[in-house]
Every structure is written in structure tokens, then in C-alpha cells.
Design a protein around this ligand. Structure first.
Ligand code: PLP
Length: 386
């Protein structure tokens, strides 16, 4: 059975062009880019080219690009850098709907004695900007707000927030792991100081992250050791993946239009048809400001995990809106922060498309979902039709 993969916010297929670009760097061109010999030097030159390709995607300069091991490391590095470079400041602002890469770090820092403010969102997942601005203070070392939410696709007004935060002399970081490659981003014309992205969300391999650090931003390395990445991130470079990331950055620029036209149209069709064909379901998140590939749909009175199991029998891969915490299936912190009712949060499925999805696949999902929900509702003690 062929997988119908609509779980691209979890991870993406590595593009064939990316694989092709990477392959020589495993067993033929395997030199260390820091070596003095020409064999290593040729790999170094290829890394320089990849850095330029990533910089072009972000509208940045190559010196502003740091390669890391993942989006999580980029996030940690950004927060760490701001706290280390501003040791007198003990306050951090972030949102209540961040990915665990920021959320868990914020909770950890709160336990370490930092003051951490988690900005709330409304029922649509929109950030309470007045709350955020009211909490900015001379003690604030960094504000970190994600560009787009991984569960609902909701896009935050990051540029507006960055301008306000910057005008107060405070560092602004954004976790743009879900945004890069899906919506245009231009650091040349931005007030963002640091930005994280992750290769495996845009058809590059897993285990490769990028941190953009604006020129002039005070920085302290998270990993210390060798002189790699200009002394800002030690450790021998993941050469093949960085080279793959460079190619993926090029491809992302080429496919941005497809993402925002064809992919968006498929997402809209999936959403519209499911809302039409399945009673008692609704979309989570801001319908206006949303990633083009994502829809989070709550099917009331059924369990997300049960839905996923039945979808899996048809080869359909998606995600639910629950997080397994200590054996209990709690709705995710994102849906809880939005105040999504319990019965809806539990039955939430996230569909996240990519440029590799086809109209036939979307029609297949539209066809398979209504009987799945119907079957589960017949077994649900909470479901009373009409
Ligand atoms: N931030 C967001 C918004 C994400 O969606 C993810 C991955 O799902 C991450 C950070 C973590 O990225 P990585 O898996 O590369 O550590």
C-alpha cells in the first residue's frame, strides 16, 4: 500500500535533487572542510556555496548563517546567546503556543530562577500583542515568538513584534522552522535579530539546522571547542547535509509559488470538503493568517488517536492534536492555550501537505474520512446525532 503522506509539518521527504547533491560527499568527497589539503578544501568551498544558497533564501549575508544540528539546537543557541551576552537581564518573553524546543527551555529557565512570561493567545490562536508589549522591561534579555505554529499553521505578525521589541533595545528571536520555504522571508528588510530553521521541514535531511544571527548581534556560543562556523558553533560540520540544505534552499525558492497556489488550493479543498461531508467538525487556528499547507480539523466526540489508526489502515499519514504525557492522552498545549473545548481538542487531526501531494491523494482522503468518523462516533458514548 502506498503511503498518502500529509504529515509534512512533522518531517518532509528529502527532495531527489537534494539526495543527488549530497551523495558524492559521503564516500568520494569525504574530506574535512577544515583540512589544509585540497581534498578537504574542495568540500570547504562547497560549504561556502551552501551557506550562500541559504543566505539567499533568507535575504541574509553568508556571515549571518550558522549551521547547527537541528531546529532545537538553533532555538537553544539563540536563547543561550542572548542570556549569556546580557547577564544582568533575567527576563524572557515567549508565547504559550511555542514548539517544545522553546517551551521546555522556557520552563527549565524558569526553574533556574529566570522570570519567563508566556504570552497568551485567543480562541483563533492569535497572540495577545498588548500583553506582550506591556511585559517588555529593562530586565528583558530576549523575546522569542514563533513565526508560524506547527499545529495550526497560524502565522504571527513577527515583523511588527520585532520592530517594537527592537525599538526597546531588546533582542528578538523567531522560531521560523515551519515558516521558511512556505512563506517569503527577507532578513534584509527585517527587525528580527535571530531566526531558527530546520532542514527536514523543507526537503533537506534530518539533523541539520540553521541559525540566522544578524550582523552586530551580541553572541555567545552554545557549543565550545573547535573554530568551526567562525568560532560560533564548534564541531566538525555535517558536510553532506549542509550541502543538501543549500540545494533545498534553492528548491524552496523555486517552489514557493507552487506552495502558495496549488498546495494551498489542495489544502482548501480538503478542508472545505471535510467540513461539508462530516457533521460537527471545525477548523482550529486563524483562518486569515495561516500557512498554505496546514489545516487542523477538530472532529468532535471522537479520539484523535483512534482516527489516526483507522486512517493508517488506508495508508494515510497525519498527526493528532494530542501529546502523550505520562501515559495520559492530554490535548496539546497549543489547543489548550487556545481554549479549544475538550471534546474538540481530543478529536483534532493535523493535515500538512507538501509540493509532492497530488489532487488524487486529496480526493482519496476526502473519500476515506467521513466513514472513519462515522464509525468511531457510533462507538462514542458522547456522540448523539441530531
Ligand atoms: N520548532 C518548530 C516550530 C517545529 O515544528 C520543530 C519540529 O517539529 C522544531 C522547532 C524542532 O526542529 P528539529 O526537529 O529540527 O529539532
Amino acid at each position: 500500500m502506498k503511503a498518502v503522506y500529509v504529515d509534512n509539518n512533522a518531517t518532509t521527504r528529502v527532495a531527489p535533487e537534494v539526495v543527488e547533491e549530497m551523495l558524492p560527499y559521503f564516500s568520494d568527497l569525504y574530506g574535512n572542510p577544515s583540512s589544509m589539503h585540497a581534498f578537504g578544501g574542495s568540500v570547504g568551498a562547497k560549504l561556502t556555496a551552501a551557506r550562500e544558497q541559504v543566505a539567499t533564501l533568507l535575504g541574509a549575508t553568508p556571515e549571518e548563517i550558522l549551521f547547527t544540528s537541528c531546529g532545537t539546537e538553533s532555538d537553544s543557541t539563540a536563547i543561550h546567546a542572548a542570556l549569556q551576552s546580557n547577564p544582568d537581564k533575567r527576563h524572557i518573553i515567549t508565547s504559550r503556543v511555542e514548539h517544545p524546543a522553546i517551551k521546555s527551555l522556557g520552563e527549565h529557565l524558569a526553574n533556574q530562577g529566570y522570570r519567563v512570561t508566556f504570552v497568551p493567545v485567543d480562541r483563533q490562536g492569535r497572540l495577545d500583542l498588548d500583553f506582550l508589549y506591556k511585559h517588555l522591561s529593562d530586565d528583558t534579555a530576549i523575546v522569542s515568538v514563533m513565526w508560524a505554529n506547527n499545529e495550526t499553521g497560524t502565522i504571527f505578525p513577527v515583523e511588527e513584534i520585532a520592530r517594537e521589541v527592537r525599538s526597546r533595545g531588546i533582542v528578538f528571536h523567531t522560531d521560523a522552522v515551519q515558516a521558511v520555504g512556505k512563506i517569503p522571508i527577507n532578513m534584509a528588510d527585517s527587525a528580527v535579530d535571530m531566526l531558527s530553521l530546520s532542514g527536514h521541514k523543507l526537503h533537506a535531511p534530518k539533523g541539520l539546522g540553521v541559525l540566522y544571527v544578524r550582523k552586530g548581534t551580541k553572541f555567545a556560543p552554545f557549543l565550545m571547542g573547535g573554530h568551526q562556523e567562525g568560532g560560533r558553533r564548534a564541531g566538525t560540520e555535517n558536510t553532506s547535509s549542509i550541502i543538501g540544505m543549500g540545494r533545498a534552499a534553492q528548491l524552496a525558492m523555486d517552489s514557493m509559488e507552487d506552495e502558495n497556489t496549488r498546495v494551498k488550493a489542495m489544502r482548501d479543498k480538503l478542508e472545505t470538503e471535510l467540513l461539508k461531508r462530516v457533521p460537527a467538525c471545525m477548523v482550529n487556528g486563524d483562518p486569515e493568517n495561516r500557512l498554505p499547507n496546514t489545516t487542523s480539523i477538530a472532529f468532535e466526540y471522537v479520539e484523535g488517536e483512534a482516527i489516526l489508526l483507522l486512517m493508517d489502515q488506508h495508508g494515510i499519514c497525519a498527526s493528532s492534536g494530542s501529546a502523550c504525557t505520562s501515559g495520559s492522552l492530554e490535548p496539546s498545549h497549543v489547543l489548550r492555550a487556545m481554549g479549544v473545548p475538550f471534546t474538540a481538542a481530543h478529536g483534532t487531526i493535523r493535515y500538512s501537505l507538501s509540493i509532492y501531494n497530488t489532487e488524487e491523494e486529496i480526493d482519496f482522503i476526502i473519500d476515506k474520512m467521513p466513514p472513519i468518523i462515522e464509525r468511531l462516533r457510533q462507538m462514542s458514548p458522547f456522540w448523539k446525532e441530531g
